[in-house]
Design a protein around this ligand. Structure first.
Ligand SMILES: [Zn+2]
Length: 470
């Protein structure tokens, strides 16, 4: 990998104000953009070989689940296959993973993410303990393994240690497989403290697994402990993903999950509500007004049969959103955005659904962006907030996490700025990226990551071990 140059010249660049030509980004040593000039000649600067857009922050990932992709698509068991039967398979898989395997899987996953255009990831990390539910000598062992995988790949990381203490609403006992997830609140805070501010590209935030897994009193204690550590850091929670979860929450509290959360907890712009699939119109309006980011994971939500997010209503309420690869069955931000829009088209039987509601979250509306560009910039903006890092926008004070599109790719041939990202997002012709940069440093060039052979070889041997054990 190369170091961060002092300046980057872009023939065409997507800025907060829209597309601009001959753009010069002045960077400092940490890869932060200090000054932007437009209409500048290229001579004397590092020239980027195509149109430049912000890299996509991936706001929701469970790294180890990358190794499960393709292992949960066989039928033939007893009963119907749904989220809950998938979860049982996940639990039996999670019981086998060693720290070395966790690191190898994370490194492979993050290389694949970079090659597809994700430049950062918020890792919702709930695998903390050895399989017997004891403790590693360093309680942050597995979080550090994820961070080491991110380091090897060169992706920006916000690791979100997850508080996971109960097996169901109201404090049901944990299943044995869930013992790998459970920490005391002070241990959980110690994992966050161990990784917060670790490097210019790595930090930590907080995650509460779900209302199923954290009792209200624990939630209050955990948030107080986290606020003392990171008063402005991000907070993530899985919420309202499944109809059964809504029914169980109603039975437990008389309230629906999003309703309960907004009623009982000071949700604000630090929060990311992951999924939020099942909301009433009132919950949608209230959650959007809280300024929380909706963490949407369309390919996983489709894979698990969760349901369809109320995107038009959310955007009409000016709700912020970002995208996540979640179970990592797909590692392509463009596929997430296509599914986000296409699920709406299938349900509503019309086209350009998000375009009707945008610019809702987009402050980038002068001149108006195309659907592809609006979706991309909206999701990048929300994703950056969910990561709690200054990425997602190419602006002064933000980091130079960016993608250079391949202007010679047939999918982009003859497209000008008005339709360039429509051609790129709404086709499926490979990444079509010349470069991927994180903090100004080039991590992928012409589709290749410099560590991919070594990292890939390690991953293949881990997969051989894991599949032999099945
Ligand atoms: Zn998840």
């Amino acid at each position: 990998m190369t170091g961060a140059p002092a300046s980057l010249w872009c023939p065409l660049c997507l800025l907060p104000s829209g597309w601009a030509e001959s753009v010069l980004l002045h960077l400092d040593d940490s890869g932060t953009i200090r000054r932007i000039e437009t209409g500048v000649p290229a001579a004397g600067h590092t020239q980027l070989p195509g149109p430049v857009i912000p890299g996509m922050p991936n706001l929701h990932s469970h790294a180890f689940q990358r190794a499960m992709a393709g292992l949960t698509e066989r039928g033939g068991g007893t009963g119907r296959s749904d989220f809950w039967s998938w979860r049982q398979t996940m639990y039996s898989f999670v019981g086998r993973l060693s720290p070395e395997q966790v690191e190898a899987i994370a490194a492979q996953l993050y290389v694949e993410m970079l090659k597809a255009g994700y430049t950062g990831v918020a890792e919702f990390h709930y695998l903390h303990n050895p399989p017997d539910g004891g403790r590693y000598s360093d309680v942050a062992e597995l979080a550090r393994r994820v961070a080491a995988g991110a380091d090897a790949a060169g992706i920006r990381l916000t690791v979100l240690p997850v508080l996971y203490r109960e097996g169901g609403f109201g404090g049901a006992p944990l299943a044995s497989a869930q013992q790998r997830f459970r920490l005391e609140i002070d241990e959980w805070a110690a994992v966050i403290a161990a990784l917060a501010g670790a490097s210019p590209t790595q930090t930590a935030g907080a995650a509460l697994h779900s209302l199923r897994a954290v009792l209200p009193a624990d939630m209050a204690d955990a948030l107080a402990a986290y606020d003392a550590l990171c008063p402005e850091g991000p907070v993530h929670i899985h919420i309202a993903e499944q109809e059964r979860e809504v029914a169980e929450c109603l039975a437990w509290s008389g309230l629906r999950p999003v309703e309960w959360l907004l009623d009982g907890v000071p949700v604000d712009g630090r929060w990311t509500l992951v999924h939020a699939t099942h909301m009433t119109a009132e919950e949608t309006r209230s959650a959007a007004a809280s300024y929380a980011v909706a963490g949407l994971c369309p390919t996983t939500e489709a894979n698990l049969g969760d349901g369809v997010f109320a995107l038009p209503e959310w955007l009409a309420a000016k709700g912020a959103f970002g995208i996540g690869s979640d179970s990592n069955v797909s590692l392509d931000p463009r596929e997430e955005l296509r599914w986000l829009e296409y699920a709406q088209r299938l349900v509503l039987k019309r086209r350009l659904v998000a375009a009707e509601a945008l610019p809702g979250p987009a402050k980038f509306k002068a001149p108006p962006l195309s659907l592809g560009a609006s979706l991309w910039q909206g999701a990048a903006d929300g994703g950056a907030r969910a990561m709690g890092q200054p990425c997602g926008t190419l602006a002064e004070g933000r980091v130079a996490d960016l993608l250079v599109l391949d202007p010679d790719h047939p999918a982009l041939a003859a497209h000008g700025p008005e339709t360039l990202l429509d051609a790129w997002v709404f086709t499926n012709a490979g990444p079509a990226l010349r470069e991927v940069r994180v903090g100004g440093r080039r991590v992928v060039e012409n589709g290749r990551h410099p560590g991919e052979d070594t990292i890939g070889a390690r991953y293949r041997s881990v997969m051989t071990e894991l599949i032999q054990d099945l």
